[in-house]
Design a protein around this ligand. Structure first.
Ligand SMILES: [Zn+2]
Ligand SMILES: [Zn+2]
Length: 430
């Protein structure tokens, strides 16, 4: 027995080298709850769209400076990056929060409801933190305060990345690619590992969700132009009909998921969202344009799906005597949680939330630009419960809707788990 016990003790000693800091983290995080809620409400009431997060960025920068954290502003236009140097040498651990809101008019009746409006794509609209990025900012500001209070005991440094423009790189007013641009500006160069979280309006407060490997989809824009030969609608044999060809292509694309992708490993989605061709009942037009979205998990699957789309579209067109032009524009890659890092951090999540409150999530076909950081260094992105206890997720308004609502009871857990990630990771790297 003795032989068994000693290695186990050694192992736990290595794996949780800094677990002695956890009680201090718990205390400090709990004491900051009302402050974090106050910050969150203030940011919620003053939402800003991508690359316009000026007020939010200033609030963050002021706070970080008050904690003695070295601050760089204006990264990727409106991003704020702070570095907290620990008292002892060790790795650089990055934590990320996104800051942008959405062109959604808030319908929730709250004392800190947003009444901000803007003109978006020529339309008057409200601006709302309808994805909960206000909570991410407030939680990370809290984490900065927790960790700054124990800087002398930290065996390494912490980089706080407050990122602009997560929601859309083609939105009006968005001039940077958020995470991608921060990476290009070198934000990940000295980082060893990165962690982030997303609040969820449909997961109970107190719970944490995660998934190892590809967790969220890559998103790519698809455009197919089918070129035919215009003809009188009464004599189709005298032309090449791009409408019939486009219809066959749409049907053909369905076989990618049913026949080419190994669906036992990862799901994928190919959606044609718009078809435009023709102007009159008796004219066969010259061309048809189709646009859509592609969602895949991991580089290999993405390459396969792109290849099959191109083959199907061009060959179906060729068989009809038409020509298909396929353009695929890569937007966000798949959010892939490094399996080794994820496995190591399960204990930190369990310690923060309790084993029974950890969910292993199914893959999500929505995308997240956290993926750009993970392509540089190992990263883990988790979900944090923001639905009131006992709520029904099927009846709770989803993200990006006017009724989106977050219960503030999960913020302390958010601060605790991110802080645990930092100190536990540092402990492992000793
Ligand atoms: Zn969102
Ligand atoms: Zn979001």
């Amino acid at each position: 027995m003795r032989k068994l016990i000693i290695p186990l003790l050694l192992l736990s000693g290595t794996a949780f080298g800094q677990s002695k800091l956890r009680p201090t983290i718990d205390q400090k995080a709990a004491s900051l709850e009302s402050k974090v809620i106050e910050w969150r409400r203030d940011i919620h009431q003053h939402p800003e769209l991508g690359n316009n997060e000026v007020r939010t960025a200033k609030k963050i920068a002021d706070h970080l400076r008050s904690l003695g954290i070295e601050v760089t502003e204006g990264m990727a236009v409106t991003g704020v990056v702070g570095v907290l140097k620990g008292g002892k040498p060790g790795p650089m651990v990055a934590l990320r929060a996104d800051m942008d809101a959405l062109p959604v008019t808030e319908r929730v009746d709250l004392p800190f409801k947003s009444t901000v409006t803007t003109t978006y794509n020529g339309q008057e609209t409200g601006v709302m933190h309808a994805c909960g990025h206000d909570t991410h900012v407030a939680i990370l500001m809290g984490v900065a305060e927790v960790l700054a209070g124990m800087r002398n005991q930290l065996e390494g440094s912490v980089k706080f990345i407050f990122q602009p423009a997560e929601e859309g790189i083609y939105e009006p007013g968005v001039t940077s690619w958020g995470a991608k641009q921060l990476v290009e500006e070198g934000v990940m160069k000295d980082v060893d590992a990165i962690f982030g979280l997303h609040i969820s309006s449909q997961t109970e407060v107190g719970k944490i969700g995660y998934r190892s490997g590809p967790a969220q989809a890559a998103v790519d824009n698809l455009e197919i132009i089918v070129h035919g030969t215009q003809a009188h609608g009464a004599s189709p044999w005298s032309g090449v009909d791009p409408i019939v060809t486009a219809s066959q292509i749409v049907t053909g694309l369905q076989t990618i998921l049913s026949r080419s992708v190994n669906i036992t490993q990862n799901p994928a989605v190919v959606t044609v969202g718009a078809i435009h061709g023709g102007i009159r009942h008796n004219i066969i037009p010259e061309k048809v344009e189709m646009i859509g979205t592609i969602r895949t998990f991991g580089d290999e699957q993405q390459a396969l799906v792109h290849k099959r789309i191109t083959e199907i579209a061009t060959n179906i067109a060729e068989s009809a005597g038409a020509r298909a032009e396929v353009n695929i524009q890569k937007l966000y890659p798949s959010t892939v949680n490094d399996p080794e890092l994820t496995a190591k951090m399960v204990a930190s999540m369990e310690a923060a939330a309790g084993k029974e409150n950890i969910n292993y999530n199914p893959p999500v076909t929505g995308a997240e630009d956290f993926s750009f950081y993970q392509r540089e260094k190992p990263g883990l992105f988790i979900g944090l419960g923001g639905m009131k206890k006992g709520g029904d997720p099927t009846k709770t308004p989803s993200h990006h809707t006017p009724d989106f609502y977050i219960d503030e009871g999960g913020f302390v857990l958010g601060m605790r788990v991110l802080s645990y990630f930092v100190v536990d990771y540092m402990g492992m790297k000793k």
